[in-house]
Write a protein that binds this ligand. Sequence first.
Ligand code: GDP
Length: 323
Amino acid sequence: MTKRALITGVAGQDGTYLSELLLGKGYDVYGVAGPYPGDFPERVAVSNGRLHAIDADLTDMESLLAAVEASRPDEVYNLAGQSSVGDSWTEAITTTEVNAMGVLRLLEALRQLAPEARFFQAASAEMFGNAAETPQRETTPLHPQSPYAASKTYAFHVVGSYRESYGMHASNGIMFNHESPLRSLQFVTRKITDGVARIKLGLAEELVLGNLDARRDWGFAGDYVEAMWLMLQQERPDDYVVASGEVHTVREFCAAAFSHLDLDYEQYVRTDLRFFRPADVNVLYGDATKACTVLGWEPKVGFGELVAMMVDADVEQLRAEGA
Ligand code: GDP
């Protein structure tokens, strides 16, 4: 029988990669696109009728009940949310409404209408904050430092609570930073790759950033959605760190991106206090041993390849726009 998946946040970076993965596996995919659907309507049109748009909102319980009723899902992937840590200080209440309460609403809708559906929650490495141990694993204590991290921490715990209280097949993927050419420009990786492409094409003269010393574990989003799918294929639900296991500074990301286009980042990058955060997480570095051994998951794209892929895509996109 054809499997049915409901994906919230389907028009975002992860939603795009995940819906492609599931369509490739023969699923019928029901996607909630959210307020900024991007090219989602176009993808619906070319999906041979197996990608269906559903109008729902994580802040509206009735709409979630209707979405579950309409899709009758075997699997549900909650990828919707306010995804920017930086914006979560200025949008603290919306962030919490969607990222925390929204997950509770979705779990309630499933408990009432589809308690057998398997549920994936996109939890975040930001929950660790400036962590007590490095690298971080599933047992590392949580220490959320931003409104974003606090909202994700609530969601993480309520997923565990529904799993234990109601026996639901609900899993958390503790996702470390994962990037791609589809990453939005709010994130430092894409801001850098777009910036370096503009400089190379003569469209910009400099790139202004914040904390260059922050260290992150950056992987490729296309690899990470595979881990999400694998979690829902297990007999038992659980929580897993999903990370590349490689850590680099923002400065190193800059150096790699500029040198890919034969430029020296030191000549073009400057910092401005405007892009520093009220509280920054210095290092996020994940240990995905559990995902690798239990799920058989393995990231395929390494750091250098990821940077090159993103820079090349930005150059190509700007050229296509007439640069
Ligand atoms: P996050 O780890 O989910 O917050 O992902 P981001 O890509 O937004 O930020 C990663 C790191 O880059 C953080 O430590 C930021 O403080 C740092 N950073 C430095 N300059 C910038 C910038 O101009 N924009 C963003 N978004 N982050 C920056």
